[in-house]
Design a protein around this ligand. Structure first.
Ligand code: G3H
Length: 506
């Protein structure tokens, strides 16, 4: 159970503590923030409402701990990360339980998220040891006008304090995708979890605590965005922000100042279906891509663009599979579970009603109980409907019938988002041309969009984000290049010949 066993020290009465200076603490505010269970719609947990003074303290500690951490050998940093990964995986059950209660993630997916996170941390440790242990060696005579009098050595150095802000839908996995790269690269880390997902994050942070990371190196502050949100993102002690979430990221990027930013802000991933596609494969991927975790994934398929000649057949196949989805509580490992908040459910309903008013074809009856929304395929969606462009983050999937591939590409590229997309066809040559024409960070050929495996590069164009993620890219992003140039008194050329001629020159 949450907050018991090895996790008992993170709980005080009915409220979870925050993590600062290697200790679990109660906020001096004396206030807490309630976390509402999406299924019961009742308060499930409470977390500390941290103050700006507590954020200042965490920043001060992070700055000083980083100086020592940067001098810690790379292999030791990796060793601690491996230890944290093992502890996290060992405690997958109580952490998964938090995910079920806080964000209504289906039971099996909740366990998968924790295990995937442990694997991500271990891979990060290994990748860090490889790529941070290497640098470049350049010589000056490759640039016109230079003799070989300068040797340039490059290495990667940490940025300082990294602020990590993960979203509610993967509070553990998208937190460790920021924490792991930051730490292996020699940075310190301040984590601001999402409100829903905060308790899962606190449990995950405790696994790092148990692994024995130095005091102050990792901190986790919880609280209201209105009190500490801007204060954190505009804090002068922050040297890098890695954020995943909605369009709040756009305002963060405007206020953050001159520091590196890594942002993933959602998508409207298109699924383009050509006439020669394997429609059973497409239907299976639409179900997986559009409805897993009730569509609450940045990489979910959010619009199907299908050639008119195969649209009827595809819609029938998808309808048949939608009918088999299990709808209900996450504890029962249902496919479709309640969406994260009542306001999300209301927003989704608004999109559905707009489509209804404008004449979309409902393939199922619209049904909602509390935050639980039944899966819904909307056929014959037109560009004047909000659902054609907006991201529902729910189990609602629009189908737009197209008469040419160009029409599909045009719709995809007219979106303000550009995260991922997918194309289904048996013609690989066409697939490559379409992939090149789609203005998205990734295009999947004959499969639904997805971020993983976690070492693959992951990036969005346009409003979908800044920079590239994936383990290697995140490590790179959380470092700077440092160069040392050795200036020689006279040109020196490597002869590459026998020892005798080298001896004769000296
Ligand atoms: O929601 C955003 C995530 O980055 C999507 O990750 O493709 O593994 O579900 P996923």
């Amino acid at each position: 159970m949450a907050g018991t066993g090895v996790f008992s020290e993170i709980l005080d009465g009915d409220a979870f503590k925050y993590y600062s200076n290697g200790e679990w603490k109660k906020s001096s505010s004396g206030k807490t923030v309630a976390i509402v269970n999406p299924t019961t719609r009742k308060t499930q947990y409470k977390v500390q409402a941290c103050t700006q003074e507590e954020v200042n303290k965490v920043m001060e500690l992070a700055k000083s701990a980083q100086k020592t951490w940067a001098k810690t050998p790379l292999w030791k940093r990796a060793e601690l990360l491996h230890k944290a990964a093992a502890i996290l995986k060992e405690h997958k059950a109580p952490i998964a339980e938090c995910l079920i209660k806080e964000i209504a993630k289906p039971a099996k997916d909740s366990v998968t998220e924790v295990v995937r996170s442990g694997d991500l941390i271990s891979y990060t440790a290994e990748e860090g040891v490889r790529i941070l242990g290497e640098g470049k060696f350049l010589v000056s005579d490759s640039f016109p006008g230079n003799e070989r009098t300068k040797y340039c050595l490059t290495s990667k150095i940490p940025l300082g304090v990294v602020l990590a802000i993960p979203p509610f839908n993967y509070p553990v996995n998208l937190a460790v995708s920021k924490i792991g790269p930051a730490l292996i690269a020699g940075n310190s880390l301040v984590l601001k979890p999402p409100t829903q997902g905060a308790v899962s994050c606190l449990h995950m942070v405790h696994c790092f605590h148990l692994a024995g990371f130095p005091k102050g190196l990792i901190s986790c502050v919880t609280g209201k965005g209105s009190e500490i949100g801007d204060f954190l993102t505009m804090h002068p002690g922050v040297n890098c922000i890695s954020f995943t979430g909605g369009d709040t990221g756009i305002s963060i990027s405007k206020k953050a100042g001159m520091i590196p930013l890594q942002m993933e802000l959602g998508g409207k991933d298109a699924c383009i279906v050509l006439e020669d596609a394997d429609l059973d494969l497409v239907a299976a991927n639409i179900i997986k891509g559009g409805f897993s975790y009730s569509g609450q994934r940045c990489t979910a398929i959010k619009v199907v663009l299908v050639m008119e000649s195969v649209a009827d057949a595809l819609v029938e196949k998808v309808k048949a599979r939608v009918a088999k989805l299990r709808i209900g509580p996450p504890e029962d490992d249902c496919d479709i579970t309640p969406v994260v908040t009542e306001s999300s459910a209301n927003f989704i309903e608004g999109l559905v009603m707009d489509a209804k008013d404008k004449g979309a074809t409902f393939c199922q009856q619209y049904k909602r109980e509390g935050n639980l929304i039944w899966p819904l395929l909307l056929d014959n969606v037109r560009p004047d409907m909000r659902i054609a462009w907006e991201e529902p983050f729910g189990p609602i999937l629009p189908v737009i019938r197209i008469n040419s591939v160009e029409e599909g590409i045009h719709h995809c590229n007219a979106s303000n988002f550009g995260l991922q997309g997918c194309v289904f066809t048996k013609d690989i040559n066409k697939a490559v041309l379409i992939s090149d024409a789609m203005e998205t960070g990734t295009v999947q050929i004959n499969s639904a969009p997805a971020r993983g495996p976690d070492h693959f590069p992951f990036q969005g164009l346009k409003d979908s984000g800044i920079g590239s993620q994936g383990i290697t890219n995140s490590i790179d992003m959380m470092t700077k290049v440092k160069t040392t140039v050795i200036n020689l008194p006279s040109p020196s050329y490597s002869m590459g010949s026998s020892g005798s001629s080298i001896r004769s020159r000296i």
